[in-house]
Design a protein around this ligand. Structure first.
Ligand SMILES: Cc1cc2nc3c(=O)[nH]c(=O)nc-3n(C[C@H](O)[C@H](O)[C@H](O)COP(=O)(O)OP(=O)(O)OC[C@H]3O[C@@H](n4cnc5c(N)ncnc54)[C@H](O)[C@@H]3O)c2cc1C
Length: 499
């Protein structure tokens, strides 16, 4: 094999997957058709669950330093100020959710941070290198690449198509991309500078007589650019600075801000599609290659990052472990991610309908877009018999909690989970069944205050860990490498609550 995993496409999905593989020592090659990294803010809203993934990948500090919270929007009608409101209500962090609010950062800058992290792991994106076609057999894939007109043949154990909505990988496999493209709706989007606007706020400039139609300008962190978005007539003109200015002038007669320096622009059509399968043999689809979203709801980039985060550890385990274990792990990728993508498409499509109908709340986003409630309870990997409503179950996101380590330092459960490994938590001083822990897997007893901490134990000084995991003493909880509960093993000693 020339490489263990060939990744086609270096957008956020491909980059996340490459980091996941590289930090596990898997030989991954990531190729990108474009000669230079993409420019443009596109997916500029990072959801809370993505921030948790970025924490695990080691890029959260850079993302927080480069980005900013969502700005509130100032609404104007015909140039007259109407009021100011937030796109979503500000949430205070809680012990189990340390990053409850979306974070804004232009997609090109997020990708830059991911590329830097990948380079730190010794892997560089092969730019100007296109996947042309491939064939597969039972041992892997033979791919044809093209770089500067020169063809190259590469053998890989696995191929992942992270090559966007027009995916060559999906098309080569002939996997249907089911859904629709609505040609009657067009959105004009761009990154511009605007004279006369405070960059600390977002703006909604609407028609004096029709508050439903207008232009949104949202500030992009790390400079003075705004992301410009407005619906276009079906027969609208080409995207240009003059077009954007003319649209703005229409909504703010006499008082329109002056736009200048169009850094990026596109005309976007709602394309809402889901691949019928996410896997064919040794080939996988991830990100926009598997599901295309409307930008309403800010889900596309986030869902792609989660796909990659779900697939990375499974591919690494399949490549290093016995074949018998590889089959259920690799099968579980589609079983876990396809229903999530279908659900997320439903959420963003409902928001798109609100937007098109001119619903005043179309720009507001609720907790359903945060992806913290994504889980895999129906996964074939789940081993748990707990079914009580409201209780944490296998397949759920493993909550965070503040704890104290054996040296008396305040740390978090997420500190224990960070890294490429799975983690076993055992609760209380009562003996727990630790047989699910594989050799080398960190095992951390979570003790109640007053119990004696050994080297790897932590003390649940404020009671948040016991309450978030909702378990009795002696329970063992396996946390998968991607931060979901893999199994909950009951106490070896029977407890009255039957946890
Ligand atoms: C205007 C707009 C606003 C958006 N807003 C949001 C938002 O707020 N939040 C959000 O989460 N998402 C948003 N999105 C969606 C988000 O941009 C996408 O979901 C995200 O880019 C998908 O990432 P990806 O890596 O799967 O695919 P892409 O980013 O499309 O990357 C695929 C890469 O593969 C490369 N490629 C294609 N074919 C080949 C080939 N044959 N060989 C090699 N390389 C190839 C492409 O050049 C590209 O770089 C928005 C999108 C748009 C257009």
């Amino acid at each position: 094999m020339d490489t263990q995993v060939l990744i086609a496409g270096a957008g956020p999905t491909g980059l996340t997957l490459a980091i996941e593989l590289a930090r596990r020592g898997v030989g991954a090659r990531i190729i990108e058709r474009a000669a230079t990294p993409a420019v443009g803010s596109r997916g500029d809203g990072l959801q809370p669950r993505t921030l948790e993934v970025f924490d695990d990948l080691g890029v959260l500090d850079a993302v927080l330093a480069a980005g900013s919270p969502q700005a509130s929007m100032r609404a104007y009608a015909g140039g007259r100020f109407l009021g100011e409101r937030r796109m979503s209500d500000w949430q205070e962090p809680t012990p189990d959710v340390p990053h409850p609010n979306p974070w804004m950062l232009g997609q090109d800058r997020t990708e830059g941070i991911l590329r830097d992290r990948l380079a730190g792991l010794g892997v560089r994106v092969d730019l100007a290198t296109e996947l042309v076609t491939f064939t597969q057999d039972e041992n892997g894939v033979t791919a044809t690449l093209r770089r500067n007109g020169v063809q190259e043949t590469v053998r890989a154990s696995y191929l992942v198509g992270a090559d966007g909505g027009a995916s060559t990988v999906r098309r080569t496999l002939g996997i249907p991309f089911e859904g629709s493209t609505d040609e009657s709706i067009r959105m004009l989007l761009g990154d511009v500078r605007a004279d006369g606007l405070d960059h600390g706020s977002g703006y909604w400039f609407s028609d004096e007589h029709d508050l439903r139609s207008g232009v949104a300008l949202t500030p992009l962190p790390g400079g003075d650019l705004f992301q410009f978005a407005c619906p276009l007539d079906a027969t609208g003109t080409e995207p240009s600075l003059a077009t954007l200015q003319a649209v703005l002038d229409r909504y703010c007669p006499d008082s329109a801000p002056r736009l200048r320096e169009l850094a990026w622009t596109t005309v976007w059509r709602p394309n809402v599609r889901l691949a019928r399968r996410f896997r064919d043999g040794t080939v996988f689809l991830a990100g926009d290659a598997a599901h295309a979203h409307p930008p309403t709801g800010g889900q596309g980039l986030n869902t792609g990052v989660q796909d990659a985060y779900n697939l990375g550890w499974k591919l690494a385990a399949a490549l290093s472990g016995p074949e018998a274990e590889a089959v259920p792990l690799l099968d579980s990728y589609e079983a876990e991610r396809l229903p999530v993508a279908a659900r997320v498409l439903g959420i963003s499509t409902a928001l798109l309908r609100k937007h098109v109908a001119g619903d005043a709340d179309a720009h507001r986003r609720g907790a359903e877009t945060h992806q913290l409630d994504v889980g895999y309870r129906d996964s074939p990997l789940v081993r748990d018999t707990r079914t009580e409503p409201g209780r944490l179950r296998a397949g759920d996101r493993a909550p965070d909690a503040p704890v104290v380590d054996a040296d008396g330092r305040a740390i978090r459960l997420f500190d224990l989970f960070r890294g490429p490994h799975a983690t076993l938590l055992t609760f209380g001083a009562t003996a727990a069944d630790t047989t699910v822990a594989e050799p080398g897997m960190p095992v951390h007893p979570v003790l109640r205050p007053g119990e004696r901490a050994t080297a790897s134990a932590v003390v649940d000084a404020e009671g948040h860990a016991f309450s978030a995991y909702d378990v009795a003493d002696g329970t063992a909880v396996l946390v998968r490498p991607d931060g979901y509960v893999g199994s909950i093993t009951r106490s070896l000693v029977s407890s009255p609550s039957g946890a």
